[in-house]
Design a protein around this ligand. Structure first.
Ligand code: GLY
Length: 408
């Protein structure tokens, strides 16, 4: 149903990779799309390392999310080929695999647990001795006690990915409005667009909130459909591997060191990304001496040669976390309002499947099968039944209290 005569079919609020892929895929389906963001291509993707780590970042209790992560990982090669063709830009996708290693017996026990969980989940990963790990990656510390080789966990460069998506959107006819969305317009119980900070209004048939950790901050969102996302800070370092040192690492190397995750993601162009802290500090994006110290200390334990490399950038970003660490996708209880947010640690990985899911949801009003568990309604409390009246509480003729109990 078309509501606004002068507006867009779809208004996407947020120009990170999730908003961009939603806009691109929706425009490809023939919808008229406007994207609102003061700096499209920015957001958490400017900081993220770009690991596509469906298997190595598997966590207990996240098996449902695993299915979506694997579905998106499987789409990546075809997705980047299409995107690179559509935009004329490279994404830095590398099918390089990942090695997760252990430095002491606690780490090794943790990794053995992860291996068992991966195997129970039917995933491909191979246990290697320390020597076998070093044969694959000679720069690893001599103390590495063992590791998991996961050849299916690849990487992409999120900054290049975002730039390619901006160009693909432009070429597909997405209109960009470089401004802050300030308030959701709700008319007669339906989302009908947004008001911008400059005072202008953008009407639309459907609005998609894809503002990452800021998604819940837009004024005017009714309480009942407010996305429960919160910011989780991650500090990330960028170093450069001089040509004389290459190849420094041939694949992503990661570990849990004293309970903290550290990963080293080597790009084809010589950039080496080291991440990431996990900090519940609200909207703080300060890069701290402690954060940089911990990352370098842990990375140095894994790969001692890292201290020789130029440190070129330090940054902090905010992961948009939801209560179950999984995204919120598709229609909300407010007609005209859809969500594409809450991707937490997996925004870059989930970009291809999110684009498909959101294009489907925007054109049909329904979530496709793969995304049904991620409907925003899973966080909407079911209406509480009213207490029974006295008449309802007394047994009806022909029923017994036991039957009533069974029928609850
Ligand atoms: N997926 C990596 C991170 O969130 O740090």
């Amino acid at each position: 149903m078309r509501i606004s005569a002068d507006g867009s079919d779809v208004l996407v609020v947020g120009g990170g990779v999730i908003g961009l892929v939603t806009a691109w895929r929706a425009a490809q389906r023939g919808l008229g799309v406007t994207l609102v963001d003061p700096e499209p291509g920015g957001g958490a993707a400017r900081v993220a390392a770009g690991m596509l780590a469906a298997v190595t970042e598997l966590h207990y209790g996240e098996q449902m999310l695993l299915g979506l992560n694997l579905a998106s990982a499987a789409r990546y090669p075809e997705f980047v080929a299409e995107l690179e063709e559509a935009s004329g830009r490279r994404t830095g996708f590398r099918a390089c695999g990942t090695l997760s290693v252990a430095l002491d017996s606690d780490d090794r026990a943790h990794l053995r647990d992860l291996h068992a969980l991966q195997q129970r989940s039917g995933l491909d990963s191979e246990w290697l001795s320390g020597r076998e790990c070093r044969r694959l990656e000679p720069m690893l510390a001599p103390g590495v006690r063992g590791g998991l080789r996961v050849d299916g966990d690849h990487q992409v460069d999120p900054r290049r990915l975002a730039s390619a998506l901006v160009t693909a959107c432009e070429r597909a006819g997405v209109s960009f409005r470089r401004s802050w969305a300030e308030r959701l317009r709700v008319t007669h119980g339906r989302a009908t667009g947004v008001a911008l900070r400059d005072g202008s209004e953008l009407p639309a048939d459907q609005v998609v909130l894809a503002g990452g950790s800021l998604s819940g901050r837009l004024a005017g969102i009714p309480e009942a459909v407010l996305p429960p996302v919160r910011p989780v800070k991650g500090q990330v370092l960028r170093l450069t591997v001089p040509a004389a040192y290459a190849p420094f690492l041939s694949r992503t190397v990661r570990a849990v060191v004293r309970g903290s995750h550290v990963y080293l993601v080597p790009r084809a162009d010589g950039e080496l990304v080291v991440g990431a802290t996990t900090e519940e500090l609200g909207w703080d994006t300060t890069v701290t001496a402690g954060g940089v110290y911990e990352l370098l200390r842990d990375a140095h334990e894994l790969v001692p040669g890292i201290t020789e490399l130029p440190l070129t950038e330090t940054r902090a970003g905010l992961r948009p976390a939801s209560p179950d660490n999984a995204p919120l996708l598709g229609p909300t209880a407010l007609p005209g309002l859809q969500l594409a947010t809450g991707h937490h640690r997996n925004g870059v990985l989930l970009t291809p499947v999110t684009g498909e899911v959101m294009a489907h949801a925007l054109t049909t009003g329904e979530l496709p099968e793969v995304a049904r568990p991620f409907a925003p309604s899973r966080f909407t409390p079911a209406p509480r039944p009213l207490p029974p009246t006295a008449a309802e509480a007394s047994p009806r003729p022909g029923t017994t209290p036991v039957q009533q109990e069974q029928s609850l």
